[in-house]
Design a protein around this ligand. Structure first.
Ligand code: NAP
Length: 254
């Protein structure tokens, strides 16, 4: 059995490790990160050329199953995977870790997009936060793509990303290049050192990046939470690499 994993996430790497060597596994990466962590098994890098290109690739490489283990916000590749799997007549499973859920003490404002997150920043009454910059200090962890949505924001931004972001981005931006996993201690220190007023993040649900939420709760820092786009209609989902591997290999989950 030849399984194509659409990857770019820690879960995709874990899944490749569970399936290999029980099946032939090819992991596909978009090629966005300069020095990606590579999974076991075969790896290909770069786009397929849309849903048609992906369907062709599936046919030409004798792929029997596709697992969409991309980031929950990688909407285009997930929709291409659904279209390509239908055309190529191969089963598709989407691996989606559960989203984050607020607990007592959290102050989250849910929004549906990066643009809505940028607009939400105006609603914080910055002038009233004692001892803070009148225009606010924002910790932005939504990734280096999509900063254009915040380009006109007057606030000061700390942007954390794996690779350096490119303009357009907010005029007052400090970039912090780093890659998780992060710790609560580290995140607490970061919020304090940069006097952060608001955290803006995508609901990735990842354990490696969750400590910032705990640190924000402790510090009373509100969170603008960008909610996920839905999985394409009709696509089956698994919540963990273990569940996905068990389903694909036809075993009961241990
Ligand atoms: P996207 O907008 O959904 O996809 C844009 C295009 O990139 C796709 O049409 C496809 O090109 C190519 N592509 C995306 N994922 C691919 C993969 N795994 N293998 C081959 N080609 C792929 O994706 P994105 O949001 O830019 O994310 C790109 C990658 O980074 C994804 O693999 C995702 O798992 C990872 N990632 C994304 C985020 C995020 O916040 N969006 C965060 C962490 C990691 P063609 O149409 O030419 O095939």
């Amino acid at each position: 059995m030849h399984i194509l994993i659409l990857g770019g996430t820690a879960e995709a790497r874990a899944l490749a490790g569970l399936l290999h060597p029980h099946a032939r596994v090819t992991s596909s990466l978009a090629g966005r990160v300069a020095n990606p962590r590579l999974p076991v098994g075969e790896v290909r890098i770069g786009g397929f050329g849309g849903a048609d290109g992906l369907a062709r690739w599936i046919g030409e490489h004798g792929v029997d199953r596709v697992i969409d283990a991309t980031h929950p916000f990688a909407e285009r590749i997930s929709s291409n995977a659904a279209a390509a799997a239908a055309v190529a007549h191969v089963p598709l499973l989407a691996l989606r870790r559960p989203g984050w859920v607020p607990v007592e003490g959290d102050d989250w404002r849910d929004v549906g997009s990066l643009e809505e997150a940028a607009a939400a920043l105006d609603g914080f009454g910055w002038g009233h936060l004692p001892g803070r910059s009148p225009r606010g200090r924002v910790f932005l962890t939504t990734g280096r793509m999509g900063l254009a949505a915040f380009a006109d924001c007057p606030q000061w931004f700390l942007v954390r990303s794996v690779d350096a972001p490119e303009p357009p981005m907010p005029a007052r931006t400090e970039v912090l290049l780093d890659r998780g996993p992060f710790t609560v201690d580290g995140e607490r220190e970061l919020l304090h050192r940069h006097r952060i007023d608001v955290l803006v993040t995508k609901d990735s649900g990842a354990a490696a990046t969750a400590p910032k939420l705990e640190a924000a709760r402790e510090a009373g820092v509100p969170v603008v939470m960008i909610r996920r786009p839905p999985v394409p209609q009709g696509v089956e989902t698994a919540a963990s690499p273990e569940e996905a591997a068990a389903r694909v290999l036809g075993r009961a989950e241990s």
